[in-house]
Design a protein around this ligand. Structure first.
Ligand code: FAD
Length: 428
């Protein structure tokens, strides 16, 4: 029996690979011209860049295990860096977060925070780390309220928590879920290796989509690009196929919708109601300076500016910088030219003197980059099991402990695949 997977993002691909591994036949349809979904590569004057600068962390266990199963060595795919971040703000001294190496974990982190930022900052960080582990997820509040309750200073809120909350939840602290943020903080700092930063060394399309597609085809699976699922065929509470945008009917007794939440909602509309999440955008601005230009660190944080994180991407092309702006804001109203102009000025103090002139720039705006991780979001995320027999949900939005991330997408793809197999075994 063939399982039809709708959507070739990281979740759909993870589901397809795991089903193939169990000897199942799969057919994956994807509406776009390429696989990868919200984590894909695009062509920029002959250079393959990502639709947004993605960052993974050492705690992404399922993603790293999936890549290893596809014979993709994480060492060849990522620059794995021990946590080392400096956040610059025009109003305050730089704030530093370093994992340290000399002492056992988490003492090394505590020691480095103390040495780099002083007693006041260390005390507040320690308090929040402790409270994050104790947070009751059933009594969610906004991150801002939680930070105030935990007596975090205005400086720490602005220079550390707001940028980290935007980077991880893509939601401003005023509306972001403290339960989710606390969970992310706890998991990221559980072990030293969990806090490692993994920067893709290759375009994202080459990280998972290419190897997953190869694996699926080698195992007899079929991948059809530029085919959009338009309507589900359901009879007596059981799915039996799908009609595509081309009017073709694909028969299938098992279907996984690994589509973004809005699309899954639409496809299911006449059968089951799914919550409608709101979304936030992420903008990525690539700036090309002279080939000799290098940033002083692979990643630099900024607060109090539109630009939030700078990535040195000279590995892709010498002199290339990626600037990330997460969440909603005034920048969304700016024209691309105005945004490039402002960002280039904002980051100038953080570039070396020999940067040369800005010779090229690219703005990529992903309007529905992620669902908004607002208060009580965890109670609203749907289960992967639908009310229709044979029909399953995957994708980053389906319930799991994480915000919209690659790891959440992979977890849900794999989980759905294993539940589908387990159920099929029982009903046989
Ligand atoms: C700019 C940006 C930066 C990000 N940065 C990070 C980061 O640093 N770290 C991190 O962990 N995560 C990051 N994310 C989030 C991460 O990319 C997503 O959580 C993840 O890619 C979601 O995967 P998915 O498979 O669930 O969904 P998607 O990637 O959205 O995949 C769904 C697929 O379904 C296809 N589709 C839609 N409708 C249909 C249809 N009717 N029929 C067939 N196919 C259809 C779509 O084309 C798409 O390929 C970022 C996202 C963006 C946009």
């Amino acid at each position: 029996m063939t399982t039809l997977i709708v959507g070739g993002g990281w979740s759909g691909l993870a589901a397809a690979v795991r089903l193939c591994q169990q000897g199942r036949q799969v057919h994956l349809i994807e509406s776009a011209r390429q696989l990868g979904g919200r984590a894909r590569s695009i062509d920029w004057h002959g250079l393959e860049v990502d639709n947004g600068q993605h960052l993974l962390i050492g705690a992404y266990r399922r993603t790293l295990a999936l890549l290893a199963d596809l014979d993709q060595s994480p060492d060849s795919l990522f620059d794995r860096l021990p946590l080392s971040l400096t956040v610059h703000d025009p109003a305050y001294p730089p704030l530093q977060l370093n994992a340290g190496r000399l002492l056992p974990w988490p003492l090394s982190l505590v020691w480095r925070v103390l040495a780099d930022n002083g007693w006041q900052v260390s005390r507040q960080l320690a308090r929040l780390a402790l409270q994050a582990r104790r947070f009751n997820p059933h009594q969610d509040i906004s991150v801002q309220q939680w930070l105030k309750n935990q007596r975090q200073s205005d400086r720490l809120i602005r220079q550390l928590w707001q940028p980290l909350c935007l980077a991880t939840l893509n939601t401003p602290i005023e509306t972001a879920s403290a339960a989710l943020f606390a969970r992310v903080l706890t998991d990221t700092f559980r072990r030293r290796s969990d806090s490692d930063l993994l920067i893709p060394r290759r375009p994202l399309g080459q990280v998972l989509p290419e190897s997953a597609a190869r694996y699926i085809r080698q195992h007899g699976g079929q991948i059809s690009l530029q085919i959009r699922g338009r309507e589900l065929l359901v009879e007596n509470g059981r799915v039996h196929g799908l009609v595509t945008n081309k009017g073709a009917q694909i028969e299938a007794d098992e279907i996984i919708l690994a589509t973004p939440p809005g699309v899954s909602r639409q496809l299911l509309a006449t059968h089951q109601s799914l919550p409608e999440p709101s979304h936030h955008a992420i903008a990525t601005v690539y700036l090309q300076y002279s080939s000799a230009m290098r940033l002083s660190a692979p990643i630099t944080g900024l607060s109090g500016t539109i630009a939030q994180w700078l990535f040195d991407r000279s590995d892709l092309r010498p002199g290339l910088v990626a600037v990330v702006i997460s969440g909603p804001g005034y920048h969304e109203k700016l024209s691309k030219a105005a945004l490039i102009d402002i960002i280039a000025r904002e980051i100038t103090p953080h570039l070396p003197a020999q940067r040369g002139t800005l010779s090229d720039a690219l703005v990529i705006r992903e309007k529905k980059a992620t669902f908004a991780c607002t208060v009580d979001i965890q109670q609203q995320r749907p289960n992967n099991r639908t009310e229709i027999t044979g029909l399953w949900l995957a994708g980053d939005y389906v319930t799991n402990p994480y915000p919209a991330t690659l790891e959440g997408a992979v977890i849900n793809g794999e989980q759905t695949a294993s539940q589908l197999i387990a159920e099929a075994a029982v009903s046989r």
